[in-house]
Design a protein around this ligand. Structure first.
Ligand SMILES: O=P(O)(O)OC[C@H]1O[C@H](OP(=O)(O)OP(=O)(O)O)[C@H](O)[C@@H]1O
Length: 203
């Protein structure tokens, strides 16, 4: 089966299980436009050209704590390098749930920093609205300098949300660290983005 057919099948399965477009997009690490396209194609309707998008599957890293730890160390190295060019010292790693949290936890351990966790929620009936909160089970963020960790940036909207929440709570987001940045951004809301892989379109 071709990769595209596998994606269509997975999108259909997730839809049948009650997930909305945004959730399917998050699960497949593609944009919402791509999910709409995949589902339209699956119904054999006349389809517009496919959106320009890339599906990221990092499960060969995520399935092994050993691999994840080593990837986390590589990301720490990048972040330390970036931060050595500034006077700012980090206090906290903020992991974005769910997929950013294992990586964030390993990085907090490696850098001997506190660990905070952000739950990204979206409104049930409004796929355009992101809402989120910091978990009370982890470190508080007030006044802290934070490195935000996630697996993938697709549109950047989750990251913008976290940065906004941190600032409004009096914390200072000083760096973003992700495995893959599909937005190709060097900064998001003026915070430098460190990614192991940055995808930049040339067309
Ligand atoms: O840049 P964006 O378009 O905002 O998309 C990126 C976000 O989507 C995924 O999270 P998701 O909400 O699926 O949670 P998950 O970590 O449980 O997969 C991913 O882990 C990022 O947090």
């Amino acid at each position: 089966m071709k990769n595209i057919d596998k994606l269509i099948q997975k999108a259909e399965e997730l839809q049948a299980n009650g997930l909305v477009t945004r959730q399917i997009a998050d699960e497949l690490n593609v944009s919402r436009d791509t999910v709409t396209w995949l589902l339209t194609r699956s119904r054999k309707e006349e389809v517009p050209p496919a959106p320009k998008d890339i599906s990221v599957n990092w499960s060969n890293i995520g399935k092994s704590a050993f691999r994840l730890r080593h990837i986390g160390i590589a990301l720490c190295d990048m972040v330390v390098d970036t931060m050595s060019k500034t006077d700012v010292e980090a206090d906290l790693i903020v992991g974005i749930g769910l997929s950013g949290v294992p990586l964030a936890s390993l990085m907090a351990d490696e850098l001997e920093l506190g660990l905070s966790v952000y739950h990204a929620y979206n409104e049930q009936n409004d796929e355009t609205q992101n809402r989120g909160a910091f978990s009370r089970n982890f470190a508080g963020i007030d006044g802290k300098s934070c490195i935000i960790v996630d697996d993938v940036i697709t549109t950047g909207s989750t990251m913008k949300d976290v940065i906004k929440h941190l600032r409004s709570a009096g914390a200072k987001p000083i760096a973003v660290a992700v495995l893959v940045d599909k937005s190709g951004s060097e900064t998001i809301s003026d915070v430098p983005v460190n990614s192991l892989v940055r995808i930049v379109r040339v067309d």
